[in-house]
Design a protein around this ligand. Structure first.
Ligand SMILES: [Mn+2]
Length: 329
């Protein structure tokens, strides 16, 4: 953990122009931290742009009513950014996660500042502001706003609440503390609307996605006395219900709802024939170790790997590895 408040607040106060960026395949903590930070910096008179590598996903555009999120994919030029005083990288510490913004970070090398809560890190910068105990980067941004004495507005509180809510799985992950709720309460007092944000985060599925969920759950197989549930998604399933590739997100977590499930696994056939495999654990079974057998990785409770096809071979290999990790049937 490296939290040098004096250095961080000094940089934020002294610099005049900022670019904020975050990781590819952005989520609400990435975008919410960017927008919260933008609101805070603008409140103290700074000139701020947010530029990501990729365009904002359609399902997350609600978080940006003022349309402040820009992207290289939508035509922002690297040369327009490099003269800015500071590049703040939020919610990632890895080059690979920056996508095309990695080139901008390289060009601005000595002006990069990282604000993040992830454990892993590359040599992105010499200026780190990391708190791996923070539930979300949005939580760190909230603390920055406090220290800069910026009053919380609805415009700042809403994206920060979305980030906090996303990275805590709706305030239920083990990273949640009493302080998470106190921060959330202050964000709600400042105008964040939990009902509206919940609807945006969790009630935006298409009927096709629901049909895919139905199919996937109908085919879920339990083993090891109900401790393990494995489900599969083939390209034919996705096509037949007319779902989108993104509709497979989060499917693996649904089977954890079954009483007694300790390990949930899903194999998702990709358009190129490879098989994206995700592991979830509610027990001592180490998902990171499981995924590592197939060249993947992640955390103990959640990890993933990409396996080559054909599907049936990958399926068999994964079942064997899970069996091994779970101590036989
Ligand atoms: Mn995060």
């Amino acid at each position: 953990m490296r939290l040098d408040w004096a250095t961080l607040l000094g940089v934020l106060r002294d610099a005049q122009s900022f670019v904020l960026t975050s990781h590819v395949r952005p989520d609400c903590d990435a975008l919410g931290s960017e927008l919260g930070m933008l609101g805070i910096l603008e409140a103290i008179g700074k000139d701020v742009r947010i530029v990501n590598a990729q365009a904002t996903p359609a399902n997350l555009k609600w978080i940006d009513p003022d349309r402040r999120l820009e992207s290289l994919a939508e035509g922002v030029k690297k040369d327009d950014l490099v003269s800015r005083d500071v590049l703040i990288v939020l919610d990632t510490s890895a080059w690979a996660q920056l996508g095309a913004m990695g080139d901008v970070a390289k060009a601005m090398r000595e002006k990069v500042l990282v604000i993040d809560h992830h454990v892993s890190e590359d040599d992105l910068s010499d200026r780190w502001f990391k708190d791996t105990s923070a539930e979300a980067t949005a939580r760190i941004v909230y603390e920055i706003g406090l220290r800069l004495k910026v009053p919380l507005s609805k415009r700042i509180a809403t994206p920060l609440y979305a980030g906090l809510s996303t990275d805590t799985g709706g305030f239920r992950f083990p990273n949640v503390s009493g302080e998470s709720f106190r921060v959330a309460a202050r964000l709600v007092d400042a105008g964040a609307d939990p009902t509206a944000i919940y609807r945006e985060l969790f009630e935006q599925d298409s009927l096709a996605r629901l049909h895919l969920v139905g199919r996937t759950l109908a085919g879920a197989q339990a083993s090891h006395g109900g401790r393990v549930i494995v489900s599969t998604v083939r390209q034919s399933d996705i096509k037949e219900v007319q779902a989108q590739p993104a509709d497979t997100e989060d499917l693996v977590n649904l089977t954890l709802a079954v009483k007694g499930t300790e390990v949930a696994v899903i194999l998702i056939e990709q358009p190129d024939g490879r098989i994206k495999t995700s592991f979830r654990s509610r027990s001592q079974v180490d998902c990171n170790a499981l995924a590592a057998r197939f060249g993947g990785g992640g955390h103990k409770a959640a990890a993933g790997a990409i396996l080559p096809g054909p599907f049936d071979v990958a399926h068999e290999q994964v079942l064997a590895a899970v069996d091994d990790a779970c101590g036989g049937a």
